[in-house]
Design a protein around this ligand. Structure first.
Ligand code: ITT
Length: 231
């Protein structure tokens, strides 16, 4: 059975990282647009976990409706579909956790990230180095092929720098300093970032849960077959 993961995101930076993290050759990853659906639900949850599930449910419902109507734009023969989502953000201790779940919307969704980072650095001008701690947090939500809902969290610790450095990554990476690398997360390679990132950790934990779910399904099938034999 082939595995198809439809990722409920419109963020190209996220999808690029997700594709690099999910390396199983039996698993195909499609963004929601590639799967022919576009959901933009109100992210009105109060936590990363709630918002991740809101996004996953919205895409799951659209896929189910299209499947029932026979209008899916991809072949589902011998394929199990899982919908996953990522709700993530930057949590800065000296700002009481801001921008947190509002990271994408902070100072306006379409506002240039250099401007957003400059404004945050201004607000933190007088914050001493040892109090500039922050973390990227990602909640990966998933709806497995049986409709069950799952969510896991990952975090990457760092420090808010006093300048903008590097071209890799996306969003707030250029001012997120990783002391163990002596670089920002926009200066390390994508491979290095995926190995330590909030998204990498949460996604790998979710894939492990998915594998456990698959194994329990196979075990249940074997038990049913054995009971059938007994009858
Ligand atoms: P989707 O909802 O379509 O997935 P989004 O960009 O709106 O895309 P979020 O609501 O989860 O996603 O907001 C996450 C924001 O947090 C993202 O836009 C960045 O500003 C920031 N962010 C999250 N992970 C990041 C990372 O690895 N590097 C830099 N910034 C990150």
């Amino acid at each position: 059975m082939k595995q198809l993961i439809i990722f409920a995101t419109g963020n190209k930076g996220k999808i690029r990282e997700i594709r690099d993290i999910i390396t199983d050759p039996n698993t195909e990853v499609l963004s929601m647009r590639e799967a022919g659906v576009s959901a933009d639900p109100d992210e009105n949850g109060t936590s990363f976990e709630e918002n991740a599930l809101i996004k996953a449910r919205a895409v799951y419902d659209l896929i189910r409706q299209k499947k029932e109507a026979g209008t899916l734009c991809f072949d589902t023969t011998d394929t199990q579909i899982t919908v996953m989502s990522d709700d993530s953000g930057l949590v800065i201790d000296a700002l009481g956790g801001e921008p947190g779940i509002y990271s994408a919307r902070y100072l306006g969704y379409d506002t240039d990230y250099n401007y957003k980072m400059e404004q945050i650095m201004k607000r933190m001008e007088n914050v001493p180095d040892k109090e500039r701690t922050a973390r990227f947090v990602a909640a990966v939500g998933a709806i497995f092929p049986d409709g069950s809902e799952h969510v896991v969290l990952g975090a990457m610790e760092g420090v808010i720098a006093r300048g903008i450095y590097g071209q890799n990554g996306f969003g707030y990476d250029p001012f997120f300093y990783l002391p163990e690398y002596g670089k920002t997360s926009a200066e390390i390679t994508e491979e290095e970032k995926n190995a330590i990132s909030h998204r990498g950790k949460a996604l790998r934990a979710m894939l492990a849960q998915f594998e456990a779910w698959q194994r329990s399904g196979e075990a249940a099938q074997k038990t049913a077959a054995a009971c059938g034999d007994y009858k």
